[in-house]
Design a protein around this ligand. Structure first.
Ligand SMILES: Cc1cc2nc3c(=O)[nH]c(=O)nc-3n(C[C@H](O)[C@H](O)[C@H](O)COP(=O)(O)OP(=O)(O)OC[C@H]3O[C@@H](n4cnc5c(N)ncnc54)[C@H](O)[C@@H]3O)c2cc1C
Length: 361
């Protein structure tokens, strides 16, 4: 997108990428169909500076992106999340520009600025440029080219950064929660409270972690300490349960296999609801606010994105240029802006590159 706009202005552009072709993450995103944006798009779906994010999303919104795709005749599948109908390759081919020089299989190792020129040292050559745009993403999925390049360049120029940490990643369990391992394969809607955010989506139990959309988004906000899970958001367990003659596991609007494991975990027999004693009811109520601290996450190799990056206080949001270093730009995941699961990160990469290219044009 960036290079296409710049190329239209007859600028001399080169893209250097250590991969053998570009947009590898877009290619594999969303199982090859890339979830590229979301019906509900606002700065509230991101971790990062709200004012900065709002400015960028306002200047290239979901609707602008959809119009671009429609103009390019790329078919999409619209639900809450937007996907490509066929494959992400359709977008990738449209982003490719004829007059851009693509330099693949070269890793950028170091950058220097001498007078007004950037010297870009790669694993094979040194290139020179008047303007340098760092769109090198975060550190997740190193097997497809990810590196800490953005942070290394920023630090070199005394630009503040926040270290990259894995996000949109499954969370691992402490021994106290190992009872959940028996539920591997089950998925259902839950509500999670984490760091003042409330997220409502499906959770998936796996044999060694918690995953699914709600957990991946939780991992974006979770630092350390407890999260609280409401396993039955559509059913508040209170004394009304005592009026029922059903068994507890039948009364709960939740997969029976989960209900039975949960009851065993809180040491409660699956008895008739009306026979629950006061203390037993209190234990059962925790199904609406089950609190525990995850052990950690599954790391960069399983994380769809990296939280952290170049501090946005160092960047002019109207251009994406560094406030300290003229003609040095950062965008996309390289910035300390990270979206929840749901197409927010591709939208962010596209919106921030649009703001940058527009200012350069
Ligand atoms: C498996 C997976 C699935 C995902 N699915 C989705 C999804 O469905 N929806 C969504 O919104 N987001 C998704 N994401 C996240 C999304 O792909 C990224 O947030 C987005 O691609 C970031 O764009 P970017 O241009 O900032 O960086 P990237 O797309 O990461 O591009 C950075 C480029 O820089 C290159 N590079 C890095 N270091 C160097 C170096 N030293 N020298 C030369 N080149 C270098 C890399 O090879 C890479 O091509 C997914 C991510 C993964 C890993």
């Amino acid at each position: 997108m960036l290079s296409k706009q710049l190329e239209d202005k007859k600028l001399n552009i080169a893209i250097i990428d250590s991969n053998q072709s570009f947009a590898q993450k877009v290619k594999i995103a969303g199982g090859g169909k890339c979830n590229f944006t979301n019906t509900n798009l606002s700065s509230k779906n991101f971790s990062g500076d709200e004012k900065f994010i709002n400015y960028v999303l306002k200047h290239y919104s979901k609707d602008d992106f959809l119009k671009f795709l429609s103009d390019q005749k790329i078919e999409i599948r619209k639900g809450k999340y937007y996907f490509f109908k066929n494959s992400s390759n359709q977008l990738i081919s449209k982003l490719k520009s004829k007059n851009t020089t693509y330099i693949f299989n070269e890793k950028v190792l170091d950058i220097e600025k001498v007078d007004d020129i950037f010297n870009i040292k790669t694993s094979k050559h040194t290139y020179q440029a008047k303007k340098l745009i760092v769109a090198s993403g975060g550190e997740s999925f190193k097997n497809i080219g990810a590196s800490s390049l953005a942070l290394d360049i920023a630090k070199k120029f005394d630009i503040q950064t926040t270290p990259f940490t894995p996000a949109l990643v499954p969370l691992s369990l402490q021994p106290d929660q190992f009872w959940m391992k028996k539920l591997s394969g089950i998925s259902f809607n839950v509500e999670i409270s984490v760091e003042g955010k409330v997220l409502d989506e499906d959770m998936l139990f796996t044999h060694k972690s918690l995953s699914g959309p709600v957990i991946l988004s939780t991992s974006l906000y979770w630092k350390k300490g407890s999260i609280s899970i409401n396993f039955i958001p559509n059913q508040n367990i209170d004394k009304d349960i005592l009026k029922s003659n059903k068994k507890i596991s039948s009364y709960l609007n939740i997969p029976k296999r989960f209900a039975k494991e949960f009851l065993e975990h809180i040491d409660l027999n699956d008895k008739t609801c009306s026979s629950l004693k006061v203390d037993e009811l209190e234990k059962l109520k925790t199904i609406n606010f089950y609190s525990f601290a995850p052990a950690g996450n599954l790391g960069f190799s399983k994380a769809e994105v990296s939280r952290g990056g170049v501090d946005t206080s160092e960047i002019d949001e109207t251009t994406m240029m560094s406030k300290k270093v003229k003609n040095l730009y950062f965008l996309g995941e390289a910035l300390d802006v990270t979206g929840e699961l749901g197409g927010y990160n591709i939208q962010w990469a596209i919106s921030s590159s649009y703001v940058c290219s527009k200012s350069i044009c």
